[in-house]
Design a binder for this molecule. Structure first.
Ligand code: SAM
Ligand code: SF4
Length: 322
């Protein structure tokens, strides 16, 4: 459906848990957060029902996220349920990759269409500085396994002061593989993201061009979303930048978010939206009507970099799902 700005909303990001096996400094405090209780969490049948209703409103693509989605038991069962919904064309996953290799064959059988793997460093010390845990080799094994399986893979790397020296080695390793896209994500001032220094995409572009040669823009494809892609020198992989702060793409935003407790969130930065869990007792029509209002009232744009705003999001990223 269209929102009040005329944007077509056809994509939902579904967070299936707020728990995680890492503690990335821009996302979760070291001590973790009090996890939502079993009773508060949406059950898989409830997520499938809400997704079916969103599909009736025009949603075509689903991304499963978290917290870390692979820490929730039997995720493939949920993916199978969502894949069976009329109108849903793609179900994708965003994961930190730690548990991906061991769950890969079941995920493939469930019909998963693609995976985005978050990785900010190749070096274990730098990885630990960002995630407060160890595990680079497990993530790299998962990337290799996913690539060997034929699943489309993208690597997402958040740009912070902690991984600046990792960017050239990461480009060298991942962009040497023509099957891969490496996407640099500008740090967003949401939750703990406000406590860190990011690196500007321009700085990174200059650094990479100096090492690998000219960055040539690639033609935009329909599935690229907010990411701008480039060819870097002679490297065969695709280099991407997602720069929500310095290059606001709200005008073409096509997404809403469903949190693990059933809040349909209209914009990443604001608290606008609707609690759907209490409505699950009622009819589909009641839920559809609440969804329609929340989508219609989706905020026009974020206000990163400006002060104030009584509706600004107070949750941290692991609770929202990125
Ligand atoms: N645990 C999974 C993962 O890390 O891929 C999925 C959830 S995580 C919240 C989704 C994405 O949000 C990750 O790529 C993560 O790096 C990104 N993210 C978290 N906090 C961020 C921030 N403040 N700014 C930019 N990206 C952020
Ligand atoms: Fe966990 Fe992903 Fe947040 Fe890192 S970014 S703490 S892996 S949810």
């Amino acid at each position: 459906m269209l929102d009040a700005q005329g944007r077509s909303i056809d994509y939902v990001r579904i967070s299936v848990t707020d728990r995680c096996n890492l503690r990335c400094v821009y996302c979760m405090p070291e001590s973790g957060v009090k996890p939502v209780t079993h009773g508060e969490l949406l059950r898989y049948e409830e997520i499938v029902r809400l997704t079916r209703l969103l599909a009736q409103l025009g949603v075509r693509k689903v991304r499963i996220t978290g917290g870390e989605p692979l820490v929730r038991r039997d995720l493939p069962a949920l993916i199978r349920g969502i894949k069976a919904i009329d109108g849903i064309e793609m179900v994708c996953l965003t994961t930190n990759g730690l548990l991906l290799k061991e769950q890969l064959s079941e995920l493939l059988s469930s019909g998963l269409d693609s995976v985005n793997i978050s990785l900010d460093a190749l070096d274990e010390t730098a990885f630990e500085a960002v995630t407060r845990r160890r595990g680079v080799s497990m993530v790299l094994d998962s990337i290799d396994a996913a690539l060997c399986s034929g699943l489309p893979v993208k690597i997402n790397c958040v740009l912070t002061e902690l991984n600046e020296r990792q960017l050239v080695p990461m480009a060298e390793r991942f962009l040497s593989d023509e099957r891969l896209a490496l996407r640099f994500i500008e740090l967003m001032p949401i939750g703990l993201g406000k406590t860190l220094e990011g690196i500007s995409p321009e700085t990174v572009a200059a650094l990479l061009s100096e090492h690998f040669g000219k960055m040539t823009p690639l033609e935009k494809e329909s599935m690229d979303g907010p990411c701008s892609y480039y060819k870097l020198g002679e490297l065969p992989g695709r280099l991407g930048f997602i720069s929500a702060v310095s290059n606001c793409f709200c005008e073409s935003c096509n997404r809403v978010r469903l949190t693990s407790t059933g809040f349909l969130k209209a914009c990443l930065q604001y608290e606008h939206g609707v609690e759907l869990k209490p409505l699950l007792q009622g009819s589909d029509e009641t839920i559809l009507s609440a969804m329609r209002s929340a989508i219609w009232e989706k905020p026009k744009r974020h206000s990163f970099g400006t002060r104030g705003g009584e509706h600004l999001e107070r949750h941290i990223m692991s609770q929202i799902g990125g």
